[in-house]
Design a protein around this ligand. Structure first.
Ligand SMILES: C[C@@]1(CC(=O)O)C2=NC(=C\c3[nH]c(c(CCC(=O)O)c3CC(=O)O)Cc3[nH]c(c(CC(=O)O)c3CCC(=O)O)/C=C3\N/C(=C\2)[C@@H](CCC(=O)O)[C@]3(C)CC(=O)O)/[C@H]1CCC(=O)O
Ligand SMILES: NC(=O)c1ccc[n+]([C@@H]2O[C@H](COP(=O)([O-])OP(=O)(O)OC[C@H]3O[C@@H](n4cnc5c(N)ncnc54)[C@H](O)[C@@H]3O)[C@@H](O)[C@H]2O)c1
Length: 223
Protein backbone atom coordinates (compact mmCIF):
# COMPACT_ATOMS: atom_id res chain seq x y z
CA UNK A 1 0.00 0.00 0.00
CA UNK A 2 1.35 3.41 -0.86
CA UNK A 3 1.16 6.19 1.72
CA UNK A 4 1.74 8.97 -0.83
CA UNK A 5 -0.48 11.89 0.23
CA UNK A 6 -2.44 9.72 2.66
CA UNK A 7 -3.21 10.61 6.28
CA UNK A 8 -1.28 8.34 8.63
CA UNK A 9 -1.54 8.54 12.40
CA UNK A 10 1.36 7.66 14.70
CA UNK A 11 0.42 7.01 18.31
CA UNK A 12 3.29 7.78 20.70
CA UNK A 13 6.22 10.17 20.40
CA UNK A 14 9.16 8.14 21.75
CA UNK A 15 12.10 6.45 20.08
CA UNK A 16 10.11 3.94 18.03
CA UNK A 17 7.53 6.52 16.88
CA UNK A 18 10.39 8.80 15.83
CA UNK A 19 11.77 6.04 13.57
CA UNK A 20 8.33 5.35 12.12
CA UNK A 21 7.89 9.06 11.29
CA UNK A 22 11.23 9.18 9.42
CA UNK A 23 10.03 6.33 7.16
CA UNK A 24 6.65 8.00 6.66
CA UNK A 25 8.24 11.29 5.63
CA UNK A 26 10.34 9.45 3.06
CA UNK A 27 7.10 7.84 1.86
CA UNK A 28 5.33 11.23 1.48
CA UNK A 29 2.52 10.53 3.95
CA UNK A 30 0.53 13.26 5.73
CA UNK A 31 1.52 12.57 9.31
CA UNK A 32 -0.24 13.21 12.60
CA UNK A 33 1.52 12.25 15.83
CA UNK A 34 -0.58 11.88 18.96
CA UNK A 35 1.01 11.85 22.42
CA UNK A 36 1.14 14.04 25.54
CA UNK A 37 3.54 17.03 25.16
CA UNK A 38 6.05 15.47 27.58
CA UNK A 39 6.28 12.36 25.35
CA UNK A 40 7.33 14.12 22.13
CA UNK A 41 11.00 13.40 21.30
CA UNK A 42 13.35 16.28 20.37
CA UNK A 43 13.49 15.04 16.75
CA UNK A 44 9.69 15.08 16.53
CA UNK A 45 9.55 18.54 18.14
CA UNK A 46 11.89 19.72 15.42
CA UNK A 47 9.70 18.16 12.72
CA UNK A 48 6.61 19.82 14.20
CA UNK A 49 8.39 23.20 14.15
CA UNK A 50 9.30 22.64 10.49
CA UNK A 51 5.66 21.70 9.76
CA UNK A 52 6.64 18.27 8.48
CA UNK A 53 4.17 16.68 10.87
CA UNK A 54 1.17 17.70 12.94
CA UNK A 55 1.17 17.01 16.69
CA UNK A 56 -1.95 16.50 18.80
CA UNK A 57 -0.73 17.01 22.39
CA UNK A 58 -2.79 14.50 24.39
CA UNK A 59 -3.45 10.80 24.82
CA UNK A 60 -5.06 8.94 21.92
CA UNK A 61 -8.84 9.26 21.78
CA UNK A 62 -10.66 6.47 19.92
CA UNK A 63 -13.68 8.60 19.02
CA UNK A 64 -11.82 11.71 17.81
CA UNK A 65 -8.72 10.09 16.36
CA UNK A 66 -10.33 7.08 14.65
CA UNK A 67 -14.07 7.65 14.09
CA UNK A 68 -13.81 11.37 13.30
CA UNK A 69 -10.31 11.62 11.78
CA UNK A 70 -10.53 8.36 9.78
CA UNK A 71 -6.80 7.92 9.05
CA UNK A 72 -5.78 5.50 6.28
CA UNK A 73 -3.24 3.79 8.51
CA UNK A 74 -2.35 3.74 12.21
CA UNK A 75 1.07 2.98 13.72
CA UNK A 76 1.08 2.41 17.47
CA UNK A 77 4.31 2.80 19.48
CA UNK A 78 3.31 3.39 23.08
CA UNK A 79 4.36 1.81 26.36
CA UNK A 80 0.85 0.70 27.32
CA UNK A 81 -0.17 -2.78 26.09
CA UNK A 82 -3.82 -2.32 27.16
CA UNK A 83 -4.22 1.01 25.31
CA UNK A 84 -2.47 -0.56 22.28
CA UNK A 85 -4.92 -3.47 22.26
CA UNK A 86 -7.88 -1.09 22.48
CA UNK A 87 -6.62 0.96 19.53
CA UNK A 88 -5.86 -2.20 17.55
CA UNK A 89 -9.35 -3.64 18.17
CA UNK A 90 -11.11 -0.46 17.05
CA UNK A 91 -8.90 -0.15 13.96
CA UNK A 92 -9.93 -3.72 13.01
CA UNK A 93 -13.61 -2.82 13.46
CA UNK A 94 -13.15 0.22 11.22
CA UNK A 95 -10.98 -1.72 8.73
CA UNK A 96 -8.04 0.67 9.18
CA UNK A 97 -4.66 -1.09 8.65
CA UNK A 98 -2.67 -1.01 11.90
CA UNK A 99 0.80 -1.94 13.22
CA UNK A 100 1.48 -2.21 16.94
CA UNK A 101 5.27 -2.17 17.32
CA UNK A 102 6.61 -5.47 18.65
CA UNK A 103 3.20 -7.14 18.91
CA UNK A 104 2.85 -9.41 15.83
CA UNK A 105 -0.70 -10.51 16.69
CA UNK A 106 -1.75 -6.85 16.59
CA UNK A 107 -0.14 -6.12 13.22
CA UNK A 108 -1.88 -6.13 9.84
CA UNK A 109 1.58 -5.64 8.38
CA UNK A 110 5.13 -5.72 9.75
CA UNK A 111 7.82 -3.12 9.49
CA UNK A 112 11.08 -4.18 7.95
CA UNK A 113 14.59 -2.90 7.96
CA UNK A 114 14.79 -0.22 5.28
CA UNK A 115 17.47 0.88 2.87
CA UNK A 116 16.78 3.97 0.78
CA UNK A 117 18.85 5.84 -1.74
CA UNK A 118 16.71 8.39 -3.61
CA UNK A 119 13.96 6.49 -5.41
CA UNK A 120 15.56 3.13 -4.58
CA UNK A 121 13.89 1.41 -1.67
CA UNK A 122 14.73 -2.02 -0.27
CA UNK A 123 12.93 -3.58 2.66
CA UNK A 124 14.28 -6.63 4.44
CA UNK A 125 11.90 -8.80 6.42
CA UNK A 126 12.32 -12.11 8.21
CA UNK A 127 8.54 -12.40 8.46
CA UNK A 128 8.67 -12.02 12.22
CA UNK A 129 11.42 -14.58 12.83
CA UNK A 130 14.33 -12.30 13.72
CA UNK A 131 14.14 -8.51 13.41
CA UNK A 132 17.78 -8.12 14.43
CA UNK A 133 18.67 -10.39 11.52
CA UNK A 134 16.69 -8.09 9.19
CA UNK A 135 18.91 -5.28 10.45
CA UNK A 136 22.09 -7.31 9.78
CA UNK A 137 21.02 -8.36 6.26
CA UNK A 138 20.07 -4.76 5.44
CA UNK A 139 23.51 -3.59 6.62
CA UNK A 140 25.18 -6.04 4.23
CA UNK A 141 23.04 -4.82 1.33
CA UNK A 142 23.78 -1.24 2.33
CA UNK A 143 27.57 -1.82 2.52
CA UNK A 144 27.48 -3.23 -1.01
CA UNK A 145 25.10 -0.75 -2.66
CA UNK A 146 26.42 2.46 -1.14
CA UNK A 147 29.64 2.01 -3.12
CA UNK A 148 27.83 3.14 -6.27
CA UNK A 149 25.44 6.05 -6.95
CA UNK A 150 22.36 3.87 -7.44
CA UNK A 151 19.88 6.53 -6.30
CA UNK A 152 21.08 9.14 -8.78
CA UNK A 153 21.40 6.56 -11.59
CA UNK A 154 17.79 5.45 -11.05
CA UNK A 155 16.57 9.04 -10.91
CA UNK A 156 18.25 9.78 -14.26
CA UNK A 157 16.91 6.57 -15.76
CA UNK A 158 13.43 7.72 -14.73
CA UNK A 159 13.94 11.01 -16.60
CA UNK A 160 15.18 9.10 -19.65
CA UNK A 161 12.18 6.73 -19.62
CA UNK A 162 9.71 9.60 -19.40
CA UNK A 163 11.48 11.42 -22.24
CA UNK A 164 11.48 8.29 -24.42
CA UNK A 165 7.72 7.92 -23.90
CA UNK A 166 7.17 11.60 -24.73
CA UNK A 167 9.19 11.37 -27.92
CA UNK A 168 7.84 7.98 -28.98
CA UNK A 169 4.33 7.87 -27.55
CA UNK A 170 3.12 4.97 -29.74
CA UNK A 171 0.73 2.60 -28.00
CA UNK A 172 0.86 -0.28 -30.50
CA UNK A 173 2.24 -3.60 -29.29
CA UNK A 174 5.36 -3.42 -31.48
CA UNK A 175 6.09 0.18 -30.47
CA UNK A 176 5.76 -0.58 -26.77
CA UNK A 177 8.00 -3.64 -27.13
CA UNK A 178 10.62 -1.63 -29.04
CA UNK A 179 10.55 1.15 -26.40
CA UNK A 180 10.82 -1.31 -23.54
CA UNK A 181 13.68 -3.25 -25.14
CA UNK A 182 15.53 -0.04 -25.82
CA UNK A 183 15.26 1.25 -22.27
CA UNK A 184 16.13 -2.08 -20.70
CA UNK A 185 19.18 -2.41 -22.95
CA UNK A 186 20.47 0.92 -21.64
CA UNK A 187 19.70 -0.09 -18.05
CA UNK A 188 21.66 -3.28 -18.58
CA UNK A 189 24.61 -2.08 -20.68
CA UNK A 190 25.48 1.20 -18.96
CA UNK A 191 27.23 1.07 -15.62
CA UNK A 192 25.62 2.67 -12.57
CA UNK A 193 28.25 5.45 -12.61
CA UNK A 194 27.52 6.15 -16.29
CA UNK A 195 23.76 6.30 -15.74
CA UNK A 196 24.32 8.72 -12.85
CA UNK A 197 26.11 11.06 -15.32
CA UNK A 198 23.21 11.06 -17.78
CA UNK A 199 22.35 14.76 -17.84
CA UNK A 200 19.49 16.42 -19.75
CA UNK A 201 21.65 17.24 -22.80
CA UNK A 202 22.81 13.65 -23.04
CA UNK A 203 19.24 12.43 -22.73
CA UNK A 204 18.27 14.52 -25.76
CA UNK A 205 21.11 12.90 -27.72
CA UNK A 206 20.18 9.42 -26.49
CA UNK A 207 16.51 9.67 -27.49
CA UNK A 208 17.39 11.15 -30.87
CA UNK A 209 16.60 8.00 -32.77
CA UNK A 210 15.01 5.02 -31.13
CA UNK A 211 15.31 2.99 -34.32
CA UNK A 212 19.08 2.79 -33.87
CA UNK A 213 20.72 0.53 -31.33
CA UNK A 214 20.92 2.40 -28.00
CA UNK A 215 24.23 4.30 -27.87
CA UNK A 216 26.96 3.35 -25.44
CA UNK A 217 28.09 5.95 -22.89
CA UNK A 218 31.53 6.10 -24.57
CA UNK A 219 30.00 6.71 -27.98
CA UNK A 220 27.83 9.50 -26.62
CA UNK A 221 30.57 11.30 -24.73
CA UNK A 222 33.02 11.08 -27.68
CA UNK A 223 30.69 12.69 -30.20
C1 LIG B 1 13.09 -4.62 11.39
C2 LIG B 1 12.53 -3.68 12.45
C3 LIG B 1 11.85 -2.54 11.72
C4 LIG B 1 11.31 -1.46 12.62
O1 LIG B 1 10.70 -1.74 13.64
O2 LIG B 1 11.54 -0.31 12.20
C5 LIG B 1 11.60 -4.48 13.36
N1 LIG B 1 12.13 -4.64 14.57
C6 LIG B 1 13.35 -4.02 14.64
C7 LIG B 1 14.26 -4.14 15.70
C8 LIG B 1 14.13 -4.98 16.86
N2 LIG B 1 12.96 -5.36 17.42
C9 LIG B 1 13.24 -6.15 18.52
C10 LIG B 1 14.66 -6.20 18.70
C11 LIG B 1 15.41 -6.92 19.84
C12 LIG B 1 16.19 -8.13 19.33
C13 LIG B 1 15.32 -9.21 18.70
O3 LIG B 1 14.32 -9.65 19.30
O4 LIG B 1 15.68 -9.65 17.57
C14 LIG B 1 15.20 -5.51 17.63
C15 LIG B 1 16.67 -5.31 17.28
C16 LIG B 1 17.25 -4.02 17.71
O5 LIG B 1 16.63 -3.29 18.50
O6 LIG B 1 18.36 -3.79 17.25
C17 LIG B 1 12.26 -6.74 19.42
C18 LIG B 1 11.02 -7.34 18.85
N3 LIG B 1 10.43 -7.06 17.64
C19 LIG B 1 9.29 -7.79 17.50
C20 LIG B 1 9.11 -8.55 18.70
C21 LIG B 1 7.92 -9.41 19.03
C22 LIG B 1 8.03 -10.82 18.52
O7 LIG B 1 8.97 -11.18 17.77
O8 LIG B 1 7.13 -11.58 18.86
C23 LIG B 1 10.23 -8.29 19.52
C24 LIG B 1 10.55 -8.92 20.87
C25 LIG B 1 9.90 -8.17 22.03
C26 LIG B 1 10.07 -8.97 23.29
O9 LIG B 1 10.94 -9.82 23.38
O10 LIG B 1 9.25 -8.72 24.18
C27 LIG B 1 8.43 -7.79 16.37
C28 LIG B 1 8.59 -7.14 15.16
N4 LIG B 1 9.64 -6.33 14.86
C29 LIG B 1 9.60 -6.04 13.53
C30 LIG B 1 10.41 -5.09 12.90
C31 LIG B 1 8.56 -6.86 12.83
C32 LIG B 1 9.24 -8.10 12.21
C33 LIG B 1 10.20 -7.74 11.09
C34 LIG B 1 11.07 -8.87 10.62
O11 LIG B 1 10.80 -10.05 10.85
O12 LIG B 1 12.05 -8.57 9.94
C35 LIG B 1 7.64 -7.26 14.00
C36 LIG B 1 7.03 -8.66 13.88
C37 LIG B 1 6.43 -6.32 14.12
C38 LIG B 1 6.72 -4.86 13.97
O13 LIG B 1 7.17 -4.24 14.95
O14 LIG B 1 6.47 -4.32 12.85
C39 LIG B 1 13.61 -3.17 13.46
C40 LIG B 1 15.07 -3.17 12.93
C41 LIG B 1 15.33 -1.95 12.06
C42 LIG B 1 16.76 -1.68 11.81
O15 LIG B 1 17.55 -1.40 12.72
O16 LIG B 1 17.12 -1.66 10.62
N1 LIG C 1 9.85 -2.71 16.76
C1 LIG C 1 10.84 -2.10 17.39
O1 LIG C 1 11.86 -1.83 16.77
C2 LIG C 1 10.76 -1.72 18.86
C3 LIG C 1 11.93 -1.43 19.56
C4 LIG C 1 11.81 -1.00 20.88
C5 LIG C 1 10.53 -0.95 21.49
N2 LIG C 1 9.41 -1.28 20.79
C6 LIG C 1 8.05 -1.21 21.38
O2 LIG C 1 7.46 0.03 20.99
C7 LIG C 1 6.84 0.66 22.14
C8 LIG C 1 7.31 2.09 22.27
O3 LIG C 1 8.70 2.11 22.51
P1 LIG C 1 9.50 3.47 22.74
O4 LIG C 1 10.89 3.10 23.06
O5 LIG C 1 9.25 4.39 21.60
O6 LIG C 1 8.76 4.00 24.05
P2 LIG C 1 8.88 5.40 24.82
O7 LIG C 1 8.68 5.11 26.24
O8 LIG C 1 10.10 6.13 24.36
O9 LIG C 1 7.63 6.21 24.24
C9 LIG C 1 6.32 5.93 24.60
C10 LIG C 1 5.48 7.05 24.00
O10 LIG C 1 4.10 6.71 24.11
C11 LIG C 1 3.38 7.88 24.56
N3 LIG C 1 2.10 7.39 25.09
C12 LIG C 1 1.87 6.55 26.15
N4 LIG C 1 0.54 6.30 26.26
C13 LIG C 1 -0.07 6.99 25.26
C14 LIG C 1 -1.43 7.11 24.83
N5 LIG C 1 -2.43 6.49 25.46
N6 LIG C 1 -1.70 7.90 23.76
C15 LIG C 1 -0.71 8.53 23.10
N7 LIG C 1 0.59 8.44 23.45
C16 LIG C 1 0.90 7.68 24.52
C17 LIG C 1 4.31 8.54 25.52
O11 LIG C 1 3.96 9.89 25.73
C18 LIG C 1 5.62 8.40 24.75
O12 LIG C 1 5.71 9.41 23.73
C19 LIG C 1 7.20 -0.20 23.36
O13 LIG C 1 6.01 -0.74 23.83
C20 LIG C 1 8.12 -1.29 22.88
O14 LIG C 1 7.61 -2.57 23.22
C21 LIG C 1 9.53 -1.65 19.48
Amino acid sequence: MTTLGKPVTVVGGGEVATGRVAHLIAADAIITVICPPSGLSPELQYRVARKQIKHIPRNFDIELDLHVAQPSMVLVAIDSPSASTEIYTECKALKIPVNVADVPRECDFYFGSMYRDGPLQIMVSTNGNGPKMSHLVRRRIEDELKQEPFGLAIERLGVLRRRVREKFPGSGKAEIRKRMQWVSQISEQWTIAQLAKLDDDMIEKVVHNIDDEPPTFEHLTNT
